[in-house]
Design a protein around this ligand. Structure first.
Ligand code: SAH
Length: 230
């Protein structure tokens, strides 16, 4: 089996590469991919760069070029739900693109013909994440994640995304990765640790907590890999 572990920024995969210690680096499609064996399975790891387009390219490459059969995303997000605080973990049940808008034609936000507003994540891995959380003594919230090509640092925009998609957290890559995995029949798991509250202080909070939250997420994702291998 080959498992992809993906982030958007270097900080999000650094803890994973550090844990693995040894890996092979391949340059492909203007990005770097890291391959390692871990407990008898092959891993391919990469950060895509920020946003929906780069994350689409990387997820597709990991599957089509490197042969990944499952994909786990680890990263940080802005909180919408009041119950999510900096450092808390959220597992995506389903994801939507909040900036996809052809509502002028009477369609709902996030929808284009032959697409759907939401893409659902793999239920088996969501179930596994509950066990992992129990094993680690951590609380993980399940919820809807909304994705768009914007760093949201605005209460009004955040609340709109929250009410329009019933979303609990927002970020910039999850839904595009979900579309790729769904289309290519690759089970996926999207985990995020909160770095900010997507409000006027978001950029400061993000800068302060990116690294610690990225570590929280990465540690959990590696435990997910362990659980998959059990
Ligand atoms: N610090 C970076 C920019 C980070 S963009 C720089 O200066 O280059 C934010 C990243 O973290 C994205 O990958 C996104 O997925 C996630 N994220 C965290 N908080 C977010 C928020 N409030 N809005 C959108 N994305 C957020």
């Amino acid at each position: 089996m080959k498992i992809a572990i993906m982030g958007a920024m270097p900080e999000e995969i650094a803890p994973i590469l550090q844990k693995l210690g040894e890996y092979k680096t391949t340059e492909y499609a203007k990005n770097k991919y890291y391959e390692a064996s871990y407990k008898g399975v092959e891993l391919v790891i990469a950060y895509s760069k920020i946003g929906k387009v780069f994350s689409t390219l990387t997820a597709t490459t990991m599957i089509e070029h490197f042969g990944a059969q499952k994909l786990l995303f680890s990263g940080v997000a802005g909180a919408i739900s009041e119950t999510l605080k900096v450092g808390d973990l959220i597992v995506a049940t389903k994801l939507s693109q909040h900036d996809l808008d052809i509502t002028a034609f009477g369609h709902p936000f996030g929808y284009v013909p032959e697409g759907g507003v939401f893409v659902e994540a793999d239920k088996a891995m969501i179930e596994m994440s509950k066990e992992v959380a129990r094993d680690m003594g951590k609380t993980v919230q399940e919820g809807i994640i909304a994705t768009g090509d914007q760093f949201v640092a605005n209460e009004e925009r955040k609340n709109w995304i929250g009410s329009t998609f019933n979303a609990d957290a927002l970020e910039m890559e999850g839904a595009s990765v979900a579309v790729v995995c769904d289309a290519l029949n690759v089970p996926f798991f999207i985990l995020r640790a909160i770095s900010d509250a997507a409000d006027m202080d978001a950029s400061f909070s993000f800068d302060e907590f990116l690294e610690t939250s990225a570590v929280e997420s990465a540690e959990f994702v590696m435990k997910m890999v362990d659980k998959i291998l059990e």
